[in-house]
Ligand binder design. Structure first.
Ligand SMILES: [Fe+2]
Ligand SMILES: [Fe+2]
Length: 192
Protein backbone atom coordinates (compact mmCIF):
# COMPACT_ATOMS: atom_id res chain seq x y z
CA UNK A 1 0.00 0.00 0.00
CA UNK A 2 1.40 3.41 -0.98
CA UNK A 3 1.69 6.28 1.51
CA UNK A 4 -1.32 8.17 0.16
CA UNK A 5 -3.45 5.04 0.50
CA UNK A 6 -2.26 4.76 4.13
CA UNK A 7 -3.40 8.33 4.83
CA UNK A 8 -6.73 7.71 3.07
CA UNK A 9 -7.19 4.61 5.23
CA UNK A 10 -6.71 6.77 8.34
CA UNK A 11 -9.36 9.16 7.02
CA UNK A 12 -11.74 6.24 6.48
CA UNK A 13 -11.20 5.10 10.07
CA UNK A 14 -11.84 8.59 11.28
CA UNK A 15 -15.00 9.13 9.25
CA UNK A 16 -16.42 6.05 11.00
CA UNK A 17 -15.39 7.55 14.37
CA UNK A 18 -17.21 10.77 13.45
CA UNK A 19 -20.31 8.75 12.50
CA UNK A 20 -20.25 7.09 15.94
CA UNK A 21 -19.64 10.44 17.63
CA UNK A 22 -22.66 11.84 15.81
CA UNK A 23 -24.77 8.99 17.18
CA UNK A 24 -23.38 9.62 20.68
CA UNK A 25 -24.24 13.35 20.39
CA UNK A 26 -27.79 12.52 19.21
CA UNK A 27 -28.30 10.20 22.19
CA UNK A 28 -27.04 12.91 24.59
CA UNK A 29 -29.47 15.40 23.00
CA UNK A 30 -32.26 12.99 23.89
CA UNK A 31 -31.02 12.79 27.50
CA UNK A 32 -28.61 9.89 27.07
CA UNK A 33 -25.46 9.24 29.09
CA UNK A 34 -22.55 11.66 28.58
CA UNK A 35 -19.82 9.37 29.91
CA UNK A 36 -18.21 8.64 26.50
CA UNK A 37 -18.01 12.26 25.38
CA UNK A 38 -14.48 12.83 26.79
CA UNK A 39 -13.23 9.67 25.04
CA UNK A 40 -14.47 10.94 21.68
CA UNK A 41 -12.75 14.29 22.30
CA UNK A 42 -9.53 12.46 23.30
CA UNK A 43 -9.74 10.45 20.08
CA UNK A 44 -10.25 13.57 17.98
CA UNK A 45 -7.30 15.28 19.68
CA UNK A 46 -5.15 12.20 19.20
CA UNK A 47 -6.03 12.11 15.51
CA UNK A 48 -5.50 15.83 14.89
CA UNK A 49 -2.52 16.50 17.20
CA UNK A 50 -0.79 13.21 17.90
CA UNK A 51 -1.01 10.93 14.92
CA UNK A 52 -2.53 11.71 11.53
CA UNK A 53 -2.12 15.52 11.47
CA UNK A 54 1.57 15.66 12.46
CA UNK A 55 2.39 12.80 10.08
CA UNK A 56 0.79 14.71 7.22
CA UNK A 57 2.73 17.85 8.04
CA UNK A 58 6.12 16.20 8.60
CA UNK A 59 5.90 13.54 5.90
CA UNK A 60 3.57 14.63 3.11
CA UNK A 61 3.42 18.45 3.21
CA UNK A 62 7.15 18.92 3.89
CA UNK A 63 8.18 16.59 1.06
CA UNK A 64 5.73 18.33 -1.29
CA UNK A 65 7.27 21.72 -0.42
CA UNK A 66 10.75 20.32 -1.07
CA UNK A 67 9.51 19.34 -4.52
CA UNK A 68 8.15 22.70 -5.54
CA UNK A 69 4.71 23.05 -3.92
CA UNK A 70 4.16 26.41 -2.24
CA UNK A 71 4.38 26.62 1.55
CA UNK A 72 2.86 30.10 1.62
CA UNK A 73 -0.11 29.97 -0.76
CA UNK A 74 -2.55 27.35 -2.06
CA UNK A 75 -3.70 24.11 -0.46
CA UNK A 76 -0.74 23.22 1.81
CA UNK A 77 -0.80 26.30 4.08
CA UNK A 78 -4.61 26.12 4.05
CA UNK A 79 -4.54 22.50 5.27
CA UNK A 80 -1.89 23.32 7.91
CA UNK A 81 -4.00 26.27 9.12
CA UNK A 82 -7.01 23.97 9.42
CA UNK A 83 -4.94 21.53 11.52
CA UNK A 84 -4.22 24.45 13.87
CA UNK A 85 -7.88 25.53 13.85
CA UNK A 86 -9.03 21.99 14.72
CA UNK A 87 -6.37 21.89 17.47
CA UNK A 88 -7.69 25.14 19.01
CA UNK A 89 -11.33 24.05 18.79
CA UNK A 90 -10.55 20.71 20.44
CA UNK A 91 -8.56 22.37 23.25
CA UNK A 92 -11.56 24.59 23.92
CA UNK A 93 -13.94 21.65 23.79
CA UNK A 94 -11.84 19.62 26.25
CA UNK A 95 -11.75 22.63 28.61
CA UNK A 96 -15.53 23.11 28.36
CA UNK A 97 -16.12 19.46 29.30
CA UNK A 98 -13.52 19.50 32.10
CA UNK A 99 -15.18 22.59 33.65
CA UNK A 100 -18.21 20.43 34.50
CA UNK A 101 -21.79 21.72 34.94
CA UNK A 102 -22.74 19.20 32.28
CA UNK A 103 -26.09 18.75 34.00
CA UNK A 104 -27.09 22.22 32.72
CA UNK A 105 -29.02 21.96 29.42
CA UNK A 106 -27.49 25.18 28.04
CA UNK A 107 -23.98 23.87 28.74
CA UNK A 108 -24.76 20.56 27.05
CA UNK A 109 -26.15 22.39 24.00
CA UNK A 110 -22.99 24.51 23.77
CA UNK A 111 -20.70 21.48 24.01
CA UNK A 112 -22.66 19.51 21.40
CA UNK A 113 -22.72 22.49 19.05
CA UNK A 114 -18.94 22.89 19.43
CA UNK A 115 -18.51 19.15 18.83
CA UNK A 116 -20.50 19.36 15.60
CA UNK A 117 -18.46 22.38 14.45
CA UNK A 118 -15.26 20.35 14.84
CA UNK A 119 -16.90 17.40 13.10
CA UNK A 120 -17.91 19.60 10.16
CA UNK A 121 -14.39 21.07 9.89
CA UNK A 122 -12.72 17.65 9.99
CA UNK A 123 -15.07 16.12 7.40
CA UNK A 124 -14.59 19.06 5.03
CA UNK A 125 -10.81 19.00 5.68
CA UNK A 126 -10.44 15.30 4.86
CA UNK A 127 -12.57 15.68 1.71
CA UNK A 128 -10.39 18.61 0.58
CA UNK A 129 -7.17 16.66 1.15
CA UNK A 130 -8.50 13.72 -0.83
CA UNK A 131 -9.87 15.92 -3.63
CA UNK A 132 -6.92 18.30 -3.99
CA UNK A 133 -3.75 17.56 -1.98
CA UNK A 134 -3.35 13.79 -2.29
CA UNK A 135 -4.11 13.70 -6.06
CA UNK A 136 -1.59 16.53 -6.63
CA UNK A 137 1.07 14.59 -4.72
CA UNK A 138 0.31 11.38 -6.63
CA UNK A 139 0.36 13.16 -10.00
CA UNK A 140 3.38 15.41 -9.55
CA UNK A 141 5.86 13.90 -7.09
CA UNK A 142 8.70 11.71 -8.43
CA UNK A 143 9.07 8.12 -7.14
CA UNK A 144 11.93 9.06 -4.76
CA UNK A 145 9.67 11.64 -3.07
CA UNK A 146 6.91 9.05 -2.62
CA UNK A 147 9.50 6.72 -1.02
CA UNK A 148 10.61 9.53 1.31
CA UNK A 149 6.98 10.11 2.38
CA UNK A 150 6.64 6.38 3.05
CA UNK A 151 9.76 6.32 5.25
CA UNK A 152 8.72 9.43 7.17
CA UNK A 153 5.21 8.07 7.76
CA UNK A 154 6.72 4.93 9.31
CA UNK A 155 9.13 6.98 11.45
CA UNK A 156 6.39 9.40 12.56
CA UNK A 157 3.95 7.01 14.20
CA UNK A 158 4.18 9.08 17.38
CA UNK A 159 5.63 12.34 18.61
CA UNK A 160 2.88 14.90 18.03
CA UNK A 161 1.33 17.20 20.64
CA UNK A 162 -0.66 14.23 21.99
CA UNK A 163 1.61 11.22 22.48
CA UNK A 164 -0.43 8.24 21.33
CA UNK A 165 0.24 5.41 18.90
CA UNK A 166 -1.85 4.47 15.90
CA UNK A 167 -2.53 1.13 17.64
CA UNK A 168 -3.98 2.85 20.74
CA UNK A 169 -6.13 5.08 18.52
CA UNK A 170 -7.47 2.07 16.60
CA UNK A 171 -8.29 0.22 19.85
CA UNK A 172 -10.17 3.20 21.30
CA UNK A 173 -11.97 3.77 17.97
CA UNK A 174 -13.01 0.11 17.94
CA UNK A 175 -14.36 0.28 21.52
CA UNK A 176 -16.42 3.38 20.74
CA UNK A 177 -17.72 1.93 17.47
CA UNK A 178 -19.05 -1.08 19.38
CA UNK A 179 -20.88 1.23 21.80
CA UNK A 180 -22.18 3.46 18.97
CA UNK A 181 -22.60 1.19 15.94
CA UNK A 182 -23.45 2.69 12.58
CA UNK A 183 -25.55 0.37 10.38
CA UNK A 184 -23.94 -0.51 7.06
CA UNK A 185 -25.87 0.18 3.84
CA UNK A 186 -26.84 -3.50 3.26
CA UNK A 187 -28.13 -3.69 6.86
CA UNK A 188 -30.20 -0.56 6.27
CA UNK A 189 -31.61 -2.01 3.05
CA UNK A 190 -32.53 -5.25 4.84
CA UNK A 191 -34.42 -3.38 7.57
CA UNK A 192 -36.37 -1.22 5.07
FE1 LIG B 1 -4.95 17.09 7.41
FE1 LIG C 1 -5.69 14.12 6.60
Amino acid sequence: MGPLAVLKGEHALFRRVLDSMDLCASRIERGGNQRDLPRFVLLLRAFVDGWHGPKEEKALFDVMVRHGFSATTGPLPLMAAEHMEAHRMLEMLATLIAEGRMEEPSKVRMVLQALRSVEYLLRYHMDMEEAVVYPAAEAELPPEAIRMIEERLKAGERGGRVDITGGAIRRLAHELQILYPIPTLPALAASA
